[in-house]
Design a protein around this ligand. Structure first.
Ligand code: ADP
Length: 498
């Protein structure tokens, strides 16, 4: 067994012990007695030190030319390539996901590095005619300041990269507060940022408990922006505080994503999409397919096909080569998924397969839940409305395209969505009528690419987007600049009118 890893905070270009004495642990979800890392339960004094370091560094970092800032980020991408395999092993051990998916998690970080680095030479503004003679008008992007990046455990490399890379290219300084379940992944990532040679204080890492240091960062007067990905309950609290303290806040929260399968769909293709969408990353993605909306003409056949494939899925540790369904992140989450089975039964849903914790052989050493299909689910049931975040998919029957869209939209969330159909008219109507930030035609609800905006409508987000050039909008302010070269006072709206 590998030795446990000791995580420290990274502040002002140096690795520090916390001023507090308490440490916490992360564990291998496939083998719960194995401690993967210990990390500090940081204190308010540590928060203040990190914010001060980021605030001081901002004064000079904002003046470094954006193409030069981008070169550091480009170097992070190159270093991630070099460390990809070692990092993938660590993700699998600490977060649990299969190695192929862990490599994908890092690849997303690499893609984001190269995409964001290109933005360093593209922070375009506009020039536009002035309404006055001998006057020039333009817009330029300016950084926002100190950014607190609060991240979850399910994509321990990709999500911090999505936030940190565009933030840094835009001239902001950052404090990463990673999830308590994946401190070692965050530490390794920040080691790579440190190796890229950012000036001290530009990149900071603060471990600790969300309700303590996360909250303190959100409340801190010298933090100018909060970018948060996590649960809706925590996101609401973060949003409330940022509203009160006038901070820019970018929230990415829950989803209850659906895949529609129409009667004219390629069923094999739709099946591949459903299995990957519902059970990939053990259903622990914010874009996971948690509802399958099936046209009644194909429902029986599709359900049988789904059952057959689900039955064969192999559970195991992420680092075992033939694992398809890995562990659930922790005991609390395993318990939560189990509780939803009781709720499903009470509400009258039918558990077709799975529905229980897996304890066969070595699986009892970890937090494993059998891939689960719930049938006879109706729109009002809690299992159709609440995010479960596990390998659980709810089947819902519809008799028309219009019903399918209505049921898909009948949710408080609006992150990802999908429809399988061969009818081009339905495909375009779905693109128009589905209420979600992301819609896939003939593809599963998961599979975001870094150069396109990522985020959701309704209670999934608060109107911001991550990734793509949309991330630049999140991490910059617009400044409008007028240059009057007439040599006299010119009054807009007055001097150019009779
Ligand atoms: P989950 O239930 O998946 O752990 P959370 O929303 O609780 O999701 O956690 C996402 C991130 O938010 C983590 O980094 C966590 O430490 C942090 N966090 C938790 N509570 C708070 C809070 N009150 N204020 C700020 N950050 C928090």
């Amino acid at each position: 067994m590998t030795n446990s890893f000791t995580c420290r905070n990274f502040i002002d270009g140096k690795w520090w012990d916390s001023t507090g004495k308490t440490t916490l642990e992360s564990r291998n979800p496939a083998y719960k007695s194995e401690i993967v890392a210990t990390f500090p339960r940081s204190t308010i004094a540590d928060v203040n030190q990190a914010v001060e370091s980021a605030r001081q560094a901002y004064k000079t970092w904002r003046k470094v030319p954006a193409p030069a800032r981008a070169e550091y980020v480009f170097l992070v991408g190159e270093l991630l390539i070099q460390h990809k395999e070692e990092l993938a092993q660590l993700i699998s051990r600490e977060m649990g996901k299969p190695l192929t998916e862990a490599r994908g998690d890092i690849q997303e970080g690499i893609d984001c590095a190269f995409y964001s680095a290109g933005e360093g030479r593209r922070l375009f503004g506009q020039t536009t005619p002035s309404e006055m003679p001998n006057k020039f008008a333009m817009t330029v992007r300016t950084p926002i300041g100190v950014c607190a990046l609060i991240t979850p455990w399910n994509f321990p490399i990709a999500i911090p990269c999505w936030k940190a890379m565009p933030a840094l290219v835009c001239g902001n300084t950052i404090i990463l507060k990673p999830a308590e379940d994946t401190p070692a992944c965050a530490t390794k990532l920040i080691e790579i940022f440190a190796a890229a040679g950012f000036p001290p204080g530009v990149v900071n890492l603060l471990h600790g408990v969300g309700e303590e240091v996360g909250k303190a960062l959100v409340e801190h007067a010298d933090v100018n922006l909060v970018s948060f990905t996590g649960s809706s309950a925590t996101g609401s609290q973060v949003g409330e505080i940022c509203g009160r303290t006038h901070k820019r806040v970018c929230l990415e929260m829950g989803g209850k994503n659906a895949q529609i399968v129409m009667e004219d769909a390629d069923l094999e293709l739709a099946l591949d999409g459903a299995i990957w969408g519902a059970f990939g990353t053990t259903g622990q993605r914010c874009t996971a397919t948690s509802r399958l909306i099936l046209h009644r003409d194909i429902k029986a056949q599709f359900t049988a096909m789904l059952w057959e494939r689900t039955k064969k899925l192999r559970l195991g540790a992420g680092y075992d080569a033939d694992t398809e369904i890995a562990a659930i992140i922790n005991e609390r989450q395993l318990q939560r998924v189990s509780e939803y089975m009781d709720i499903a039964r009470e509400e009258g849903a039918n558990i077709l397969i799975g529905g229980e914790v897996a304890v066969e052989g070595a699986l009892k050493e970890g937090y494993f839940f059998k891939p689960t299909i719930l049938d006879n689910v109706t729109p009002q049931m809690r299992v159709a409305r609440e995010e479960i975040f596990g390998p659980v998919v709810a089947l819902m029957e519809v008799s028309s395209f219009e019903d399918a869209i209505a049921i898909l939209n009948d949710t408080n969330y609006g992150l990802s969505s999908s429809i399988y159909t061969r009818d081009i008219n339905r495909a375009f109507a779905a693109m128009r009528d589905i209420e979600a930030g992301i819609t896939y035609i003939n593809g599963p609800t998961i599979g975001a690419e870094v150069h396109l905006p990522f985020g959701g409508v309704k209670q999934t987000g608060n109107g911001h987007r991550e990734a793509g050039s949309a991330a630049i909008d999140t991490f910059t302010e617009w400044k409008t600049v007028y240059v009057d070269f007439s040599g006299s006072l010119q009054r807009a709206q007055i001097d150019n009118r009779d």
